[in-house]
Write a protein that binds this ligand. Structure first.
Ligand SMILES: Cc1cc2nc3c(=O)[nH]c(=O)nc-3n(C[C@H](O)[C@H](O)[C@H](O)COP(=O)(O)OP(=O)(O)OC[C@H]3O[C@@H](n4cnc5c(N)ncnc54)[C@H](O)[C@@H]3O)c2cc1C
Length: 324
């Protein structure tokens, strides 16, 4: 098991995304556990500047400066990463489970003919290389998998690790790479920004989430008010997103976002496994539910049994009174 572990990152507005920082941290942790070299790869117009920020998490950064020129970001990244992989022969690639990251991993699989382990909720080093924890069958089963080969691509979910800076930063190496293959041109015809909270839900330190217990779209008013009072954002279960009570950008869970706030208030949420997998790593979980036997009672740090329409407004008033 000799080759290096690489984190394949993404740049948004000139900086590495939070998920990219998590991947760099994970690569460093795996490299330390396995005594293997690690690196992060950034491809984009600001790769070297973004690379300096990413290097704070430990790995050396290979920065490939390129202007995508309107081509899909994932194709531009994957073509160059594939060429770099052929040149430098790393063994394992960590790619983020973002929209572009999943495309990058899929294209890389095609170009390199490597295996992919998807949806990694945790990755640790084993004597067979990276061992990837995945939640399957709608969250009913948690599996641990390794690659049959001595190389592979791991798609890592957000919040699988916490991004941490390293005692010693890595170096940024500007790399010029000639993609051996330019993928068939695809044209992006439109980009639509989804309306969502000012702070992306994955980055929020406080989330107040509502479930079917809020009773309808108007029921989210009490959830929103507490979120505002706490300086947090509003989350939701799939049940209420499917019902059209709130947008998908708020959905937390297996088929939504993975979040890791310091405080997670779950109001009128039963705590189904598919919801739990997206929020169980939150700092403190406070559940408000009128059913004392709701599954969420098993993993909440604090459970308030009662009607959310009585409790949330009182909590909001108490928070506002404290904050003056
Ligand atoms: C493949 C698959 C993927 C899925 N992905 C996701 C996902 O990403 N995210 C997700 O959330 N779900 C997901 N689900 C759905 C999941 O299984 C649950 O159905 C869903 O999480 C339940 O949402 P809920 O807690 O809002 O509703 P319910 O389970 O109906 O719970 C409502 C809760 O509100 C309480 N309540 C009712 N009224 C009040 C009141 N006035 N005050 C206080 N409490 C009240 C009830 O006691 C109950 O516990 C997925 C399911 C499948 C099969």
């Amino acid at each position: 098991m000799a080759g290096a572990v690489w984190a394949i990152g993404e740049i948004v507005e000139g900086a590495p995304t939070r998920l990219t920082r998590e991947l760099a941290t994970l690569a460093r942790q795996l490299g330390e556990a396995a005594a293997l070299p690690v690196a992060a790869v950034l491809v984009g117009p600001d790769a070297a500047a973004a690379g300096a920020l990413l290097a704070e998490h430990g790995p050396d950064v290979l920065a490939v400066e390129v202007d995508p020129g309107g081509r899909p970001t994932a194709a531009v990244i994957a073509e160059r990463v594939a060429a770099l992989v052929r040149e430098r022969a790393p063994a394992f690639l960590l790619v983020g489970a973002s929209n572009d990251g999943k495309d990058v991993a899929g294209i890389l699989q095609g170009l390199l003919d490597w295996g992919v382990l998807v949806n990694g909720a945790g990755v640790r080093w084993s004597d067979r290389g990276p061992q990837v924890e995945m939640s399957v069958f709608g969250g009913r089963l948690v599996t641990q998998s390794t690659f049959a080969a001595d190389r592979g691509i791991v798609i890592v979910r957000p919040s699988a690790v916490t991004a941490e800076t390293a005692p010693a930063a890595g170096q940024v190496e500007r790399v010029v790479v000639d993609p051996a293959i330019e993928l068939a041109p695809v044209r992006v015809v439109d980009r639509v920004a989804e309306a969502s909270a000012a702070v992306p839900i994955e980055e929020a330190s406080v989330i107040v989430a509502g479930g079917r217990g809020v009773g309808g779209p108007e029921g989210f008013a009490v959830v929103r008010e507490l979120a505002d009072a706490l300086g947090g954002v509003v989350g939701a279960t799939r049940a209420v997103v499917d019902a059209g009570w709130i947008g998908y950008a708020h959905q937390i869970g297996q088929t939504g976002k993975s979040v890791k706030p310091q405080l997670y208030v779950a109001a009128g949420i039963s705590g189904a496994i598919q919801h739990k997998v997206g929020m169980q790593t939150s700092g403190t979980i406070v559940a408000i539910n009128r059913d004392p036997d709701a599954p969420i009672a098993e993993f909440a740090d604090m459970m308030v049994v009662g009607d959310l329409f009585e409790i949330l407004p009182r909590l909001t008033a108490a928070v506002r009174a404290r904050r003056g």
